[in-house]
Design a protein around this ligand. Structure first.
Ligand code: AHG
Ligand code: MN
Ligand code: MN
Ligand code: MN
Length: 336
């Protein structure tokens, strides 16, 4: 008998569909089909990212987005890939993208019952030097009696039904939760399928790594200054933490999910609400981290309990190992 892991491949589609049928008697397969469209987007982006330098897809698109950022060519093409894949899935009513100023309301004949918020290409500043980047997405179900309106996406992250990210690095790994734990699937480019490689991801309760942009130290508040100092100059016999910072949220969070530790993008005197966007960066990552046994906070409040005011609202975020996040929360309580 050959090795079953070689002849009984558990693809993402098979894994999600089996899980849906097992847990939801009324499962229609709609979420599975929506995730198939998202997988297509991720495979397409992965392929374009890998050959970007060869097909002159690096560099700027000579356009800016609502964030006031200069869009990279891959930002624009990744966005178009996902908007088209989601619309043609017939499962989506509302889309919110980092790269589109307004929400997209899908026309009646293509409309479905899900709302997808997404960052088509996260870590754009790393594209031209080939450092890991990714895609982040969160999924809400439209509220009862709604045909799809802005109120369906201006909701706490706790109302999301699924969330995930895909890394585009030495390999492409899609990490997903549908509310019952977290699983990781690695893209086999030869057969074009995401295969289950990281079942039931659990974040260690405490790590030894912190990730923050130290270049903002001058602007940090007292809680952050004291917290990071405590990691670098711990009371004996504790050892200092290691610093790791890729500058792509997806890469920094993926490492935190697998190795433990804490990822931080604090608010500071320069950026009153921090930099990361609530709907399509903070919420999906907070959902995944909590589902993997970790914790995610604004410093003062559970991240998933935040109620976003606009589709591009920002928030400070600290996420990762439960005990590490509890430490920073204690520093914020002490400064309250
Ligand atoms: P995006 O490329 O989607 O605009 O996101 C970039 C974000 C995030 O990926 C990362 O954690 C953060 O920007 C890094 O910001 P700094 O360069 O200010 O540290
Ligand atoms: Mn951007
Ligand atoms: Mn991003
Ligand atoms: Mn982005």
């Amino acid at each position: 008998m050959s090795d079953p892991s070689k002849t009984n491949l558990i693809t993402l589609t098979r894994h999600v569909f089996q899980d849906q049928v097992e847990h939801y008697k009324e499962a229609s397969g709609d979420l599975t089909l929506l995730l198939t469209a998202i997988q297509l987007g991720c495979k397409f982006v992965a392929s374009n990212v890998r050959k970007a330098s060869l097909i002159s897809m690096t560099g700027l698109a000579n356009s800016s987005n609502i964030q006031g950022e200069e869009q990279k060519k891959l930002d624009v093409i990744a966005n178009e890939i996902f908007v088209n894949a989601l619309r043609s899935s017939n499962k989506v009513a509302v889309m919110v993208s980092e790269e589109d100023e307004e929400a997209i309301f899908v026309e009646t004949q293509y409309r479905g019952k899900y709302c997808v918020v997404f960052d088509p290409l996260d870590g754009s500043s790393n594209i031209d030097c080939g450092v890991s980047i990714g895609t982040i997405f969160g999924i809400y179900k439209v509220r009862d009696d709604s045909e799809g309106e802005i109120a369906d996406v201006l909701r706490p992250g706790s109302e999301m039904v699924a969330a995930g990210y895909c890394t585009y690095g030495s390999c492409s790994t899609l990490v997903l939760t549908t509310g019952k734990g977290v699983n990781g699937y690695t893209l086999d480019t030869e057969i074009g399928e995401f295969i289950l490689t990281h079942p039931n991801i659990q974040i260690p309760s405490r790590g030894k790594i912190y990730a923050v942009n130290e270049g903002n130290s001058k602007y940090w508040d007292a809680a952050c200054t004291k917290y990071f100092h405590s990691l670098k100059f711990p009371v004996e016999p504790k050892k200092p933490y290691s610093a790791r910072y890729v500058g792509s949220m997806v890469a920094d969070v993926h490492r935190t999910m697998l190795y433990g530790g804490i990822f931080c993008y604090p608010a500071d005197s320069k950026s009153k609400n921090g930099k990361l966007r609530i709907l399509y960066e903070c919420f999906p990552m907070a959902f995944l981290v909590e589902q993997a046994g970790g914790r995610a906070t604004t410093g003062r409040k559970r991240m998933l309990d935040v109620h976003p005011e606009t589709i591009h609202s920002r928030s400070p975020i600290f996420l990762g190992s439960k005990e590490d996040v509890e430490d920073i929360e204690a520093f914020y309580r002490a400064e309250a």
